[in-house]
Ligand binder design. Sequence first.
Ligand SMILES: C[S@@+](CC[C@H](N)C(=O)[O-])C[C@H]1O[C@@H](n2cnc3c(N)ncnc32)[C@H](O)[C@@H]1O
Length: 208
Amino acid sequence: MDKLYWQEYYKKHEAPIEPSHFARFVLERYVSTGDRLVEFGCGNGRDARFFGEHGVSVVAYDQASSEIDELSSRNKLENIKYEPGDFTSLADTDDGVDVVYSRFTLHSVDRQGQSRALAWAARNLVDGGRLCIEVRGKKNDLYGKGIPVDSEPDAFIYNDHYRRFLDKHKLDEEVASNGLTIVSSREETGYAPFDGEDNFFIRQISRK
Ligand SMILES: C[S@@+](CC[C@H](N)C(=O)[O-])C[C@H]1O[C@@H](n2cnc3c(N)ncnc32)[C@H](O)[C@@H]1O
């Protein structure tokens, strides 16, 4: 969804390039050197690069193929691969992955896409593997702003792109129904302060 919007957005080079707070949090607690990590929706690659620089083996997907081309051409680390593609329709891996990392991306896809992505994560994580999600939920200030999307509950077009605000309890239920155990799940402020604002976001970690 919104491939052109995101390609244009990254061409402007206005997106933050430093690693997100979430990536730092995840690296400190849930990722080790040598782990295999798949990122859903890497954007300008800031978190993929951060994990890669810490010895994690990263495959980072994004639909914004022009940005992926640029990231690949500038990439100096053999342990990071940037791949163009839809993270809701990935082929299964041969050997599994240790971590699936999704920051601000599940709210960019529709309900069915979310289900496919969560099921993929549950299938492809090794036993003990971690699914790490940060996403907009219904407590987020942007909830309800913009034009409602027909027959898609809690989805709106605002600032020229799509956002679907997740219900934390339903996300917990869906992840658990895929066989993962919730390690922590909260919808709080303090997770992703940006541009002088500190809004509510959902942060959920689960384990296979
Ligand atoms: C809000 S940005 C987040 C980028 C990055 N994770 C970060 O936190 O900086 C959402 C990203 O998800 C990507 N995206 C949205 N839907 C996608 C899909 N179905 N497959 C792959 N990438 C997708 C967009 O192209 C965009 O780069």
